[in-house]
Design a protein around this ligand. Structure first.
Ligand SMILES: Cc1cc2nc3c(=O)[nH]c(=O)nc-3n(C[C@H](O)[C@H](O)[C@H](O)COP(=O)(O)OP(=O)(O)OC[C@H]3O[C@@H](n4cnc5c(N)ncnc54)[C@H](O)[C@@H]3O)c2cc1C
Length: 466
C-alpha cells in the first residue's frame, strides 16, 4: 500500500453527526486550503472529484497506474454530495444497464474492500402508480428487466401496503426491484477518494485545472492553478463544468443544467426501507434514521446562453420532460454571459472563481415537498425537516453519459452527462473508464456512449428521464 497523499492542509476531517447540524452541507462548506505540493508528472490526470472521477482514480490506483485527481473545491462538493442517494437499475436506459449491474456488484463489496462505511443497503426501489393506467405504463419496463435478468416485478396495492406503512396514498401498485439500493452521498465519494489515496493515488483539492498543453497535437500536460503536471492522458470528469472546459479546447459537448431541491428529515419511525418514487414525492430511508425527500415532478432549468446554443439537440428531452421542467430566468443567465469561454492558462480561470457550485434550494419547492410528505405520510407530519439544499444536475441531450476519447486531441478523454442518475452508476462507470484509459477494457460496452452520437446524424432518443 502506498503513502496516503490526500493533501489539503485545511480540509475538514469530521462530518458533524448531530441530526440538525448541517451534516449534508459539511461536504461542501468546509474551509479550503491549497494542496501542500503537486506532483510534476503522472500517468493519468483526472479533472473532477465527483463519484465518477474518484471511482476512476480508485480503479487506476488498484491497477498500479500513477494517477492524480485535481478537484477545484471539495471532493463530492457538487452533484455527488447533494443527490438523493438512490442506487438503482430500475427504469434505466438500456445503454446504461450492464454498467449499472456491474456498479451494484461493486457497491456490494465496496465497504469490505475499502474498510469504510458508505451507507450502501439493498432496500429496493419502488415506482408507485396512482392509477391503473400508470401501473400499465410502469409495466412496460418489465420486458427490459427480463432481458437483462433483473428481478423487477409489479406489486399490487395490497402487496405494496406490506412493504410501506403509514401511507395515505391510494396507490394502484408499484414497479419494484428488490435488489436496488441506496448509499449515503456525503460518505461515498470521499471514502472512495481516501481508498484511492491509500492505494497510491494523489488527490488534490482546491486545485482547479485551467487547461491542457499539447505536443505534436497530443496531450502533454495539465495546467493547474498551482502549476503544471506532465501527463499523456487526461480525463475530464468535471460534471456541470465539462462543457465549458471542453469548449475552451474547441470541443463541443452539449450539456444543460437543471436545479434539484432536496431536504432531509430528523430521524423518525421506519415506514419504508427503500427508495419510493411517486409523482409528488421522492423519498428514501437514510442511514441516520431520517428520510431524504424531494419533489417527484419538479426540476428547474436555469436558462442561460447555453440553453440557446444547445437548444436543437435538447428538443427531445424538453418534449419528454415538459411536464416536470420549470424554466427559471435569473442571475445564472448573466453569470454565464459574463463567463469567458477562453482564458489564458497563467491567469485565474472560471473554475477558481466558482470553487463550489452551490445553488440555493427553491423555497416554493420546499413548501410543496413538506405538503406532499405530510399528505402522503401522515405519521411523518410532525417530523421536522432539519436541512435543505440544492444541486445542479448536468444532462446530455439523451440523458445518458458521454464516455469517450476525443479524436482531435489524442490522450484527452471525457466522462460526463450522467444526468440525474450518475451517483448509483458511478463505481461501474469508474471501472469502465479506467479500462478505457488503460486500453485494457473492462468488459462493459461503452461504445453507445460515444460523443459523436450527437453529431453524426444518429437519432437522439430518450428511454428514461433526467
Ligand atoms: C438533486 C440531485 C439528485 C440526484 N439524485 C440522484 C440519485 O438519487 N441517484 C443517482 O444515481 N444520481 C443522482 N443524481 C445525479 C448524480 O449526483 C450525478 O449524476 C453524479 O454525482 C455526477 O458525478 P460526476 O462525478 O460526474 O460530477 P460531480 O459530482 O458534479 O463532480 C464534478 C467535479 O468536478 C469539479 N471540477 C469541475 N471543473 C473542474 C476543474 N476545471 N478543475 C478541477 N475540478 C473541477 C467540480 O468541482 C465537481 O466537484 C442527482 C443529482 C442531484 C443534483
Amino acid at each position: 500500500m502506498g503513502p496516503v497523499r490526500y493533501r489539503n492542509k485545511n480540509a475538514p476531517t469530521t462530518i458533524m453527526s448531530s441530526t440538525d447540524a448541517p451534516n449534508v452541507a459539511s461536504t461542501w462548506s468546509g474551509p479550503l486550503g491549497p494542496p501542500l505540493a503537486i506532483p510534476a508528472v503522472a500517468d493519468v490526470v483526472i479533472i473532477g472529484g465527483g463519484i465518477v472521477g474518484v471511482s476512476t482514480l480508485w480503479f487506476l490506483a488498484k491497477a498500479g497506474i500513477r494517477a492524480v485527481l485535481c478537484e477545484k473545491g471539495h471532493i463530492a462538493g457538487e452533484q455527488s454530495g447533494r443527490n438523493w442517494g438512490w442506487v438503482r437499475v430500475q427504469g434505466r436506459d438500456t445503454r446504461e444497464i450492464p454498467m449499472m449491474q456491474e456498479s451494484l456488484r461493486i457497491w456490494d463489496a465496496l465497504e469490505d474492500e475499502i474498510g469504510e462505511d458508505v451507507g450502501f443497503r439493498r432496500g429496493g426501489c419502488y415506482f408507485t402508480a396512482n392509477s391503473e393506467k400508470q401501473l400499465e405504463e410502469h409495466a412496460a419496463w418489465l420486458e427490459t428487466a427480463e432481458h437483462y435478468g433483473i428481478g423487477t416485478r409489479l406489486l399490487s396495492a395490497d402487496e405494496l401496503g406490506q412493504h410501506i406503512s403509514g401511507s395515505a396514498a391510494n396507490w394502484a401498485g408499484a414497479l419494484y426491484t428488490a435488489t436496488d439500493g441506496r448509499a449515503e452521498p456525503q460518505k461515498a465519494a470521499p471514502a472512495i477518494a481516501r481508498a484511492a489515496a491509500r492505494s497510491g493515488a494523489t488527490v488534490l483539492t482546491s486545485c482547479a485545472v485551467r487547461g491542457i498543453e499539447t505536443s505534436g497535437g497530443k496531450v502533454s500536460a495539465v495546467v493547474t492553478e498551482h502549476g503544471r503536471i506532465k501527463t499523456a492522458v487526461v480525463l475530464c470528469a468535471a460534471g456541470a463544468w465539462t462543457s465549458l472546459f471542453c469548449g475552451s479546447l474547441g470541443i463541443n459537448v452539449p450539456q444543460l443544467r437543471v436545479r434539484g431541491t432536496v431536504a432531509r428529515t430528523a430521524p423518525a419511525n421506519r415506514l419504508l426501507n427503500g427508495n419510493v418514487f411517486d409523482d409528488r414525492l421522492g423519498i428514501r430511508r437514510r442511514e441516520d434514521g431520517g428520510y431524504s425527500i424531494a419533489h417527484g415532478s419538479i426540476l428547474e432549468h436555469l436558462v442561460t446562453p447555453a440553453s440557446f446554443r444547445h437548444f436543437v439537440r435538447f428538443i427531445p428531452a424538453l418534449k419528454k420532460e415538459f411536464r416536470i421542467l420549470r424554466l427559471s430566468f435569473g442571475r445564472e443567465f448573466i453569470d454565464e454571459w459574463r463567463t469567458p469561454r477562453r482564458w489564458s492558462l497563467d491567469e485565474p480561470s472560471p473554475f477558481e472563481k466558482t470553487r463550489v457550485l452551490d445553488p440555493q434550494p427553491n423555497k416554493r419547492v420546499l413548501k410543496a415537498i413538506r405538503r406532499n410528505l405530510d399528505s402522503l405520510f401522515p405519521p411523518l407530519a410532525n417530523t421536522p425537516i432539519v436541512e435543505s439544499w440544492a444541486g445542479t444536475i448536468e444532462s446530455s441531450p439523451d440523458v445518458v453519459p458521454i464516455i469517450d476519447e476525443i479524436d482531435t486531441i489524442p490522450g484527452f478523454y471525457v466522462a460526463t452527462g450522467f444526468s440525474g442518475h450518475g451517483f448509483g452508476i458511478g463505481p461501474g462507470a469508474g471501472k469502465a473508464i479506467a479500462g478505457m484509459l488503460t486500453g485494457k477494457g473492462s468488459g462493459i460496452d461503452i461504445s453507445p456512449l460515444r460523443l459523436s452520437r450527437f453529431f453524426d446524424g444518429s437519432p437522439i432518443r430518450l428511454q428514461s428521464s433526467i
